[in-house]
Design a protein around this ligand. Structure first.
Ligand SMILES: NC(=O)c1ccc[n+]([C@@H]2O[C@H](COP(=O)([O-])OP(=O)(O)OC[C@H]3O[C@@H](n4cnc5c(N)ncnc54)[C@H](OP(=O)(O)O)[C@@H]3O)[C@@H](O)[C@H]2O)c1
Length: 334
């Protein structure tokens, strides 16, 4: 076992897009678990768009000069509590560090499903997949045959939303993403019918070409002009699921999207946002839905895996730049 631990600290608040200079890797002796705690050696980390929001000076945001938090999976390597045995694989939220001292209350023991890799618990079976599942089943209440538009379709939530929508019997699936390569993957592998690169013109025109007859449901991960385009494309009784606003996280001064508010009335549109943290009780339901399909091969998990904790900041910045396809996960180096 390593004798030192590394943590990542944020050292300055970014204005706009963050850089590696806003972070520092800090080395310290391996922490000793106190009575009632266990030491976890982390194996996988999740870096997420919400981390960018936490880099700002906001309530609940990251403190400067202190270890950052995030979702991680690790192995208990030393324990001073009978509730966490050495060797146990646990999920916790004290990520961005090679080792974490945790209490039993802070961790979740992960179930093991034959043929399903641990990374799935940070992706399609974790908060990312749960977000897509809640968006479709609870907020949109997607019905079989309904047509769907998903923005940021090539990311973790977007790929899970596309794959789940197919399993739920969706009709035409349209997505937006940031490159032709990602668009190709979405059509070939994920099951989207048409995907446009939002860099290639006004979102409203691109969406009109991809979904000439409109859509019933819009799962919006992006906000901005794509949100306005989605309002225009929705049919009567359409639903907009507001999942995220990633187009604004690095551009807080960007003007809010402009759309015809009369559309909301005249097309009887419902727009509803949600936070996945309020739907944790659906975790078992997600396992029941997704695991048999993962095991049968009807469902796959889209992941970009980055090797080595020393690359966690690069992975985070790459995700903000759209270099991931599917859920981005950092894996401990050997
Ligand atoms: N409500 C909730 O509880 C909840 C939970 C999880 C995630 N979220 C939100 O869901 C969204 C997706 O999260 P994720 O974890 O699945 O991340 P992700 O989609 O895997 O990664 C972020 C993606 O956003 C795209 N992007 C970056 N800047 C953009 C811009 N200016 N305009 C359009 N697209 C841009 C990039 O892909 P391109 O190649 O397409 O540019 C990038 O790959 C985020 O907004 C996140 O905050 C919400």
């Amino acid at each position: 076992m390593d004798q030192t631990a590394l943590t990542v600290h944020q050292t300055a608040r970014p204005l706009g897009f963050p850089t590696a200079g806003h972070f520092a890797f800090v080395e310290a002796p391996l922490p000793e678990p106190a009575a009632g705690c266990a030491l976890v050696e982390n194996l996988y980390w999740s870096v997420d768009p919400y981390h960018r929001e936490m880099m700002d000076d906001v309530p609940g945001g990251f403190a400067l000069g202190a270890p950052l938090e995030g979702r991680a999976i690790g192995r208990v390597v030393a324990s001073r509590t009978p509730r966490l045995a050495e060797g146990e694989i646990v999920f916790h939220r004290r990520g961005w560090r090679t080792h974490a001292v945790v209490t039993p209350e802070e961790v979740r023991l992960l179930p093991r499903f034959d043929g399903v890799p641990l990374t799935a618990f940070l992706g399609i079976l974790g908060g990312t997949g749960l977000t897509a599942y809640v968006a479709l089943t609870r907020i949109a209440r997607l019905a079989a045959g309904e047509d769907l538009f998903v923005s940021a379709a090539g990311g973790g939530v977007g790929t899970a939303a596309g794959r789940f929508a197919r399993l739920l019997g969706a009709g035409r699936l349209v997505g937006s993403t940031g490159s032709a390569a990602k668009a190709g993957h979405l059509v070939r592998e994920v099951g989207y019918d048409a995907v446009f690169d939002y860099h290639e013109g006004p979102a409203a025109e691109l969406l009109r070409d991809a979904a000439p007859g409109g859509v019933d449901v819009f799962v919006d991960n992006v906000g901005g002009p794509q949100l306005a385009a989605g309002v225009g494309a929705l049919r009567e009784f359409g639903r907009i699921v507001r999942v995220g606003t990633i187009s604004q996280y690095n551009h807080p001064d960007a003007p809010p999207p402009r759309f015809d508010h009369a559309d909301i009335v005249e097309k009887s549109i419902r727009m509803e946002g949600f936070l996945v943290s309020n739907y944790r009780d659906l975790q078992e339901e997600l396992y029941d839905f997704a695991v048999p399909h993962l095991q049968s091969g009807r469902l796959a998990s889209d992941e970009t895996v980055v090797d080595g904790f020393e690359h966690i900041v690069d992975a985070f910045l790459d995700m903000l730049s759209g270099r991931n396809t599917g859920k981005i996960i950092v894996r401990r180096g050997s």
